[in-house]
Design a protein. Structure first.
Ligand code: HEC
Length: 121
């Protein structure tokens, strides 16, 4: 009896630790996920303005429907891939847009605006 009682006691303390463990795990997960792929809050309504200001329209068309550069309206890239394309395009034509020219926030605005655009001319 005594042994069974202490077993229950041990089980209880283990069970009590689970919520704490879950909290720690989810906190770690949150920092990991937000650190890797967090996208600043963007406003698609401002996106078109930044798109023109940075002359994206000159190559990608007024609404991103293509020109010298490919169609990027309704783009399927993730925000991370999109930003990578801006910061390190690795292309003979597409210019590099550094953080000081085009902030992450403005990039997020453009990204959301492009996503909301129809990719048909
Ligand atoms: C001088 C012309 C030029 C300008 C200006 C330009 N791009 Fe590009 N862009 C290109 C070309 C050409 C490609 C295709 C070659 C490549 O992927 O590198 C491209 C590719 C891209 C892609 C990848 C498309 C895909 O499906 O993989 C994205 C996204 C993009 N541009 C966004 C932008 C944004 C946003 C701006 C403005 C901040 C911009 N570009 C300005 C020429 C340009």
């Amino acid at each position: 009896m005594r042994i069974a009682g202490s077993e229950v006691h041990i089980m209880n303390t283990k069970i009590h630790r689970i919520p704490l463990l879950l909290m720690v795990l989810s906190a770690v997960l949150f920092f990991f996920v937000s650190g890797c792929s967090s996208m600043p809050e963007g406003n698609p309504d401002d996106g078109e303005r930044w798109f023109r200001m940075n002359r994206c329209n000159g190559c990608h068309g007024e609404k991103g429907t293509g020109g010298k550069g490919p169609v990027i309206a309704g783009l399927k890239l993730s925000y991370r891939q999109f930003k990578h394309k801006l910061r390190a395009p690795n292309s003979p034509v597409m210019p590099v847009f550094e953080q000081k020219l085009l902030s992450d926030k403005d990039a997020a605005d453009i990204y959301l605006w492009l996503q909301s655009q129809n990719n048909k001319r």
